[in-house]
Write a protein of this length. Structure first.
Length: 156
């Protein structure tokens, strides 16, 4: 295959993996938001600062697990494409790309190096999505707490 053909193949693989891992991000986000909604409906969170803090930590743990799964998916792709002989090296390299650290101590071959920036884009999108979820949930919890305080005669 020509260098252009190889490059297009790598970009196609990167786009497919990006879409796949963003499905993981969607599942983690949906699970998190639904869990917070379930806790709010049962009044287990919303009115108490400690309960809200614990719910927010639970949210962050679920989102973090989603990010780790996404890193593992990319690492698996690196293994399948023959870039790394061991999962540990592939996972480390994937984490460096995904988080956009870019140490450069372990590099991919020239034929697959476009996967690195594509993974960085994937991680950036996923981290942005996670940040939006965290902010939205915290705002929702604060509003519920504020309304509860107003209902009890607290100051506005």
């Amino acid at each position: 295959m020509s260098p252009v053909g190889d490059g297009m193949r790598v970009v196609a693989i990167g786009m497919a993996v990006t879409l796949s891992v963003l499905l993981v991000q969607g599942a983690a986000s949906g699970l998190s938001v639904e869990s917070i909604g379930w806790l709010l409906a049962r009044r287990a969170v919303g009115t108490h600062v400690l309960a809200n803090a614990l719910a927010t930590l639970m949210l962050i743990v679920v989102l973090l697990a989603g990010h780790l799964v996404q890193i593992a998916v990319w690492a698996t792709v690196f293994l399948v494409t023959g870039e790394f002989p061991a999962f540990a090296d592939a996972f480390y390299h994937s984490a460096v790309n995904y988080t956009t650290l870019g140490y450069g101590d372990i590099v991919m071959s020239p034929r697959s190096r476009l996967l690195g920036p594509l993974e960085a884009v994937s991680g950036t999108l996923a981290f942005g999505w996670s940040t939006a979820i965290i902010v939205a949930v915290v705002i929702r919890l604060v509003r519920v707490r504020h309304r509860a305080e107003l209902g009890r005669g607290g100051s506005p």
